[in-house]
Design a protein around this ligand. Structure first.
Ligand SMILES: Cc1cc2nc3c(=O)[nH]c(=O)nc-3n(C[C@H](O)[C@H](O)[C@H](O)COP(=O)(O)OP(=O)(O)OC[C@H]3O[C@@H](n4cnc5c(N)ncnc54)[C@H](O)[C@@H]3O)c2cc1C
Length: 377
């Protein structure tokens, strides 16, 4: 049984220490990722046979939300590593034993290079095409629009249409070393939030061996849906709720410790403020419970699990928008400035819902599923 909380408390001081400067300077959280590696948490969901912790979906939720409450940027870097590791482990390319050990012990950082300029948030439908060469290799040419940890990850899991592809979702995934010839980080991330997560555009013009493919020929879409989507969606929802909890706690601390001297009262003595906080807290605990229940269902899937995963990501993303709004509102001008520290989780929490599958796309998928329509018609 992995001791996630013990390991988290080992890593959190370094993550908290770096968070402000990561945000202020849009710098990659190198020390925080190192702390996660040293605590063993980069191998959280990998099997124990390769040195991982063999953690469950619920462990992922606990770890990612705990990291998010301390530093949103670090939590996104962490989540992308866990999501990429999960698919590499589920369908290891070639002889992947050394790679899996590296991913587990933190000597290798991984990420997903799915989104493309041409198909935008529809990550399941890359427009780039893998081509077979005469000497048994495969070439990939792609404009990846966002790759978290673009300049810092050692390994990308990159999508492309399979050679001889018969349609947009006839895809393959390939393991591409960041140091390979033809990998160009084509810009610098300068975002509203998650400012240190280094989600830069990347141009790929690479040649990889056939056995760099993750899974069988044409299995990319299936792996995205069956492996990446559940882990990523749970983790993305956990980022949203970790940030929401952190904003709410800061707001409560502020209204409890700040007063109106001329009246001899605290902000917390205002019934409107208490009501706002109570509603936001209710929203938070309801979504935390939903997320934990969905994590349980991912561990023991049933017919309704996929629908629950889709709805849970969207629901938690939206809840985080509401809760961080409330935190900002009750903290007044002090919240709007950087004094109270709510601005960072407020800005960071805006990312979850625009990350694919976006909250709006998920509502559309959920609606289609409820009405018995094909999801990808
Ligand atoms: C911080 C951050 C980190 C990221 N990291 C990665 C990464 O590591 N790897 C990676 O592959 N990608 C990553 N992404 C990309 C992300 O997953 C999305 O692809 C990207 O945010 C989409 O932005 P866009 O401007 O292309 O959206 P668009 O596709 O242009 O969407 C615009 C609007 O249309 C809506 N929309 C689109 N399709 C539908 C639909 N079917 N139904 C309803 N509404 C719809 C969207 O919800 C959105 O409101 C990251 C994004 C962010 C913000």
């Amino acid at each position: 049984m992995p001791q996630v909380m013990d390991r988290l408390s080992q890593a959190l001081p370094a993550i908290r220490d770096g968070a402000e400067s990561v945000d202020a300077n849009a710098e990659f959280p190198t020390a925080s990722v190192q702390a996660l590696a040293e605590s063993g948490l980069l191998g959280l969901t990998l099997p124990t046979e390769v040195g991982g912790m063999g953690g469950s979906p619920l462990d992922l939720v606990d770890a990612v939300s705990g990291v998010a409450a301390a530093c949103g940027s670090t939590s996104m870097v962490y989540l992308m590593h866990l999501s990429a590791s999960a698919v590499i482990s589920a369908a290891p390319p070639g002889d992947a034993a050394e790679t899996l050990h590296g991913l587990a012990d933190g000597s290798l950082l991984s990420t997903l290079a799915f989104s493309e300029r041409g198909s935008r948030s529809h990550f399941w439908a890359p427009v780039s095409q893998a081509e077979r060469t005469a000497n048994g290799t495969v070439t990939l040419g792609a404009d990846k629009s966002w790759v978290t940890s673009a300049s810092h990850a050692d390994l990308y899991v990159a999508s492309a249409r399979a050679p001889e592809s018969t349609g947009a979702t006839d895809t393959n995934l390939y393991l591409v070393p960041q140091a390979a010839d033809g990998v160009t980080v084509a810009g610098r991330f300068d975002g509203l939030g998650l400012r240190g997560n280094d989600s830069a555009p990347v141009r790929l013009d690479v040649e990889v061996p056939e056995d760099a493919r993750v899974g069988d020929d044409g299995s990319g879409f299936g792996l995205m849906m069956q492996v990446v989507l559940p882990w990523f969606s749970l983790g993305n929802a956990a980022v949203s709720l970790g940030l929401a909890r952190s904003a709410l706690e800061r707001a409560i601390e502020h209204v409890s410790s700040t007063g109106l001297e001329h009246l001899g009262t605290r902000l917390a003595d205002l019934p409107t403020i208490r009501a706002y906080l109570a509603k936001a807290f209710t929203d938070l605990v309801a979504h935390e419970a939903l997320l934990r229940e969905t994590a349980r269902r991912v561990a023991e899937p049933d017919d309704g699990t996929m629908l629950a995963v889709l709805a849970t990501k969207a629901g938690c993303n939206e809840a985080a928008l509401r809760i961080t709004d409330t935190a900002m509102r009750v903290a007044g001008g002090a919240g709007f400035s950087k004094q109270v520290g709510i601005d960072r989780p407020y800005r960071d929490a805006r990312a979850g819902g625009v990350m694919a599958p976006t909250a709006d796309a998920l509502f559309e998928f959920t609606g289609r599923a409820l009405c018995g329509l094909e999801l990808f018609a």
